[in-house]
Design a protein around this ligand. Sequence first.
Ligand code: PLP
Length: 433
Amino acid sequence: DNGLSEADPEVRAIIEMEKERQFKSLELIASENFTYRAVMEAVGSCLTNKYSEGLPGKRYYGGNEHIDELETLCQKRALDAFHLDGKKWGVNVQPLSGSPANFEVYTAVLKPHDRLMGLDLSHGGHLSHGFMTPKRRVSGTSIYFESMSYRLNESTGLVDYDKLEEMADRFKPKLIIAGASAYPRDFDYPRMRKIADAVGAFLMMDMAHISGLVAASVLANPFDYCDIVTTTTHKSLRGPRGGMIFFKKDPVLGVDLESAINNAVFPGLQGGPHNHTIGGLAVCLKYAQSPEFKAYQNKVVSNCRALASRLTELGYKLVSGGSDNHLVLVDLRPLGIDGARVEKILDKASITLNKNSVPGDKSAVVPGGIRIGSPAMTTRGFTEKDFIAVADYIHEGVQIAIDAKRAVSGSKLQDFMKFVASPEFSLKDRVLD
Ligand code: PLP
């Protein structure tokens, strides 16, 4: 059997180009990271060949003695990595990714059209937390369940817990979701627990972005207050692309979470587990218990603080005024420029980050901010000094975007994109090249 270069040079070439892009660019997307070589070996292994529907010891296929051992090891490491007592907490390591993991939880604890509350997408929440617009139910979460989003206090940039409490009292959700994709601060779990208890709701934390920081005890521990905790495995945790669901073993609100969640994963919403991913995840969770991992997560935060304070020195407005975690959210609106234009210019200079809504934004296509994360470049060895330089590069990019916007005839984003793609525009005579 041939290797990839012989079997399919076309795909090989694309992989090589992507590898070079990843190697050469400044990767600042807050939800991305570079996983370990050992994780990639496990993900690229023969584990991909095996069907193993069911759970360890209870499979619908034969030949699973090694897969059983692998999944059991992965579950044990997941509980250990998050310092959990296996008598009180269980985990399902089969979710294919973060969005399926969340939907599996909703399927487990809600009936169709039951109510849930998550953080609004435009205020930092995730699509899978119930996103809908006044015209359209966008996410499956809002198609199959009734969603009412809570929001940030626009002047502080912090979750408006008072308003959440007031809304929950009126809406009476059955599930409240903590967690976010673009929130630079930690969550107040005790407060959210109180709000959930007052209305008889389950409390779930989606720690996808910060699970590495939680494992390293750099941020507050959601397990002390939540009934269910979901996560992706490929962000700050630095593992393969996948998901996990942690659940309390004792029944909550009369529901046996263990069987409800396991059944929602399979046969509810998934078929055969991706054993190659589970193999990679087990490897990542071994690393996650090492002193080096803790040191790395501390650096993720200190690097992000260095970035935030340099941006503040340069006059930028940061949502919430700074960061306690791995990301900053920059509000560009006071400068008369938006995240889409800045993202495009920085992309041309191989600085990869993403445009992001900031509180008060009207449009998700041309939002007023950018989100910048520190996990990936910290993996590449960047220090606080390097992140100060990153802030300076971004600053140059913003200036170029402002100049280019002035130089464009026409005010539409399309006009800008055409202009910066044209030979007329070049970064060559500009500093950021
Ligand atoms: N939850 C949060 C908080 C996220 O930020 C994301 C993705 O960025 C997800 C869930 C979804 O994960 P996936 O893209 O793996 O479905």
